[in-house]
Design a protein around this ligand. Structure first.
Ligand code: F6P
Length: 561
């Protein structure tokens, strides 16, 4: 299904939403008072997630118009096309099948003449066997010692997902320690390798294309570090034969380009593949998650996949009026295109999710930061809001001021789990306080304050001097979605990831864009190659640069040692 996108602004629903927005006077206090059913009507369950949409700036008319918009832009048809493997990534002529990565073993899905489920499970089995060997100590380094540390080398989708999940599932980690190198700033490799013993370190080079400058450069740095270290400890000799033996024991790769893996010197037997129908930012549940499997084990990884599948099923099978990813995506459209929001905060009240906002930045912004539609025509409306966030309560003491009292509308997703990973008690003055309860009190208080604010009369009633009253008024009507789950299990993490994948998809369909390509990162990559000779001191290349770039490079050349 690669037909032309529907121009959302040409739909009846868009006209209706425009009219509603013109007369819109949200009043969450009044809405809640007048409508005792609001919270029940707007709270939905998606797998294990309890999602309260009631503090959003939307009444029944807005929700109805958004659902009508979804119908007019054919959201469900596009969703079904994605799930069955149509080439909806039009600019790259590819299927978009990250959902197939978590289909159960007994499912089948024929795409382009191939049963992709069988392929997925064949690779998963190899990853699980490898990870099992590393975890048990059956896989040893060249000296015969067990692997103590696994270092994933990758960037973007080949890094952010594994890092985020490794942090989120830290309480489940019972395998070797994992570290991650992504940035081509040599500081990253230098600091990450600090304190490691080459004899007990295993590198996973993760790159969908195996052509990414950062990753290949870091892989070479790590190879040199490994061989130098092994040579200087006498573990290997200086000859090529013992070097290649060491590389085979200390380097594995994950990629769709297995020929390039072999060319790099990694034994194809130690390479795990995936497919062009998995986008980089949608790949953490493919073999790109190998480091995570080593850390938490195949069983936990399977639980995460099952959680993702449960959310996929919710997105596939639920009526749109109860479909959480669809509703959240449509609300984002409402805020972006009708109420003027430009950013969207994601605020996890779970320290273990501290890398979740960074992960979502690639997922959402690389997917939906587009100015043309999938048929090449210009978009007809704004796309792709800026996603950002930090875990609560740190954010409260940093940027919440602007969310509460600033002039900008910032829809925010609050995420919390009931069961703490670490149930610590604070004992003082003869009392014992559950610290996680205190933490969640902040979660509940913040969404309440943002929604209902504090009126001037309420501020005055506290005895506040009149001159200071305006500064202490909270307007309220700041929209939030509250997402809660019983605990941050591997399954719940998987559900959260898939939830945001489908929110992103929903918005992309409304805007008519291909959420699965990323041409916008190419120009910078090309120019980096073109500028590199000038940076290395080539006078001719320097002269070819524009005046500002020339001046900046000259500054660098003058100041480096
Ligand atoms: O930033 C562009 C990008 O292509 C991302 O989409 C991708 O996740 C990242 O680079 C890394 O690419 P690769 O996995 O091919 O090294």
């Amino acid at each position: 299904m690669t037909d032309s996108p529907v121009d959302p602004t040409s739909t009846d629903a868009w006209d209706r939403l425009t009219t509603l927005a013109e007369a819109f006077a949200p009043d969450l206090r009044a809405w809640f008072e007048a409508d005792p059913e609001r919270v029940d009507r707007m709270t939905h369950t998606a797998a294990d997630l309890h999602v309260d949409l009631s503090k959003n700036l939307a009444d029944d008319d807005v929700v109805a118009a958004l659902l009508a918009l979804a119908g007019e832009v054919r959201l469900t048809e596009r969703r079904d096309a994605m799930l069955r493997g149509d080439h909806i990534n039009v600019t790259e002529d590819r299927a978009v099948l990250h959902t197939a990565l978590r289909l159960p073993r007994d499912a089948t899905l024929q795409v382009d003449g191939q049963d992709v489920v069988a392929d997925v499970h064949e690779v998963l089995d190899r990853v699980y066997a490898f990870a099992g060997d590393v975890r048990s100590g059956a896989w040893t380094g060249v000296t015969g010692e067990q692997i103590a540390t696994v270092v994933n080398i990758g960037i973007g989708g080949s890094d952010l997902g594994p890092v985020m999940a490794y942090e989120a599932l830290a309480p489940y980690a019972d395998g070797p320690e994992c570290r991650f190198i992504s940035n081509i700033d040599p500081t990253d490799a230098a600091r990450t390798l600090e304190g490691l013993d080459p004899a007990t370190t295993l590198f996973i080079v993760s790159s969908k294309t195996f052509g990414t400058l950062e990753t290949l450069t870091n892989a070479r740095l790590c190879k040199a570090w490994l061989l130098d270290g092994l040579r200087s400890s006498g573990a290997i000799g200086g000859d090529d034969d013992s070097s290649s033996g060491a590389v085979a024991k200390h380097f594995v790769a994950v990629s769709t380009a297995l020929d390039k893996v072999a060319a790099f010197g990694i034994d194809p037997a130690n390479a795990f593949g995936f497919w062009d129908w998995v986008g980089g930012r949608y790949s953490m549940d493919s073999a790109i998650g190998t480091s995570l499997v080593v850390a938490v084990g195949p069983e936990r990884f399977d639980e995460m996949l099952a959680g993702m599948h449960a959310m996929d099923e919710h997105f596939r099978a639920s009526d749109l009026a109860q479909n959480v990813p669809a509703l959240m995506g449509l609300l984002n459209v409402w805020y972006t295109n009708f109420l003027g929001a430009q950013t969207h905060a994601v605020l996890p009240y779970a320290q273990l999710l501290h890398r979740f906002p960074a992960y979502l930045q690639q997922l959402t912004m690389e997917s939906n930061g587009k100015s043309v539609r999938w048929d090449g025509s210009p978009v007809t409306t704004d796309t792709g809001e800026v996603f950002w966030g930090e875990p609560g309560t740190n954010g409260q003491h940093a940027f919440y001021q602007l969310i509460h009292q600033g002039t900008r509308l910032i829809p925010a997703d609050f995420i919390a789990v009931a069961e703490p990973a670490y149930p610590l008690k604070d004992a003082h003055d003869g009392q014992s306080t559950d610290v996680h309860g205190l933490f969640l009190a902040n979660f509940f208080a913040q969404t309440k304050a943002l929604a209902f604010g504090k009126t001037a009369d309420e501020v005055r009633a506290e005895g506040t001097p009149e001159a200071v009253v305006p500064a202490r008024v909270f307007e309220g009507n700041r929209p939030t979605t509250s997402i809660m789950a019983p605990a941050l299990t591997p399954s719940v993490l998987g559900q959260l990831i898939a939830l945001y994948e489908h929110i992103t998809f929903t918005q992309g369909v409304v805007w008519g864009i291909d959420s699965f390509d990323q041409w916008g990162v190419e120009l910078g990559k090309q120019l980096a190659q073109q500028v590199a000779p000038a940076v290395a001191g080539d006078a001719e290349a320097l002269a070819e640069q524009d005046p500002s770039t020339r001046s900046l490079i000259s500054y660098y050349l003058e100041h480096r040692s």
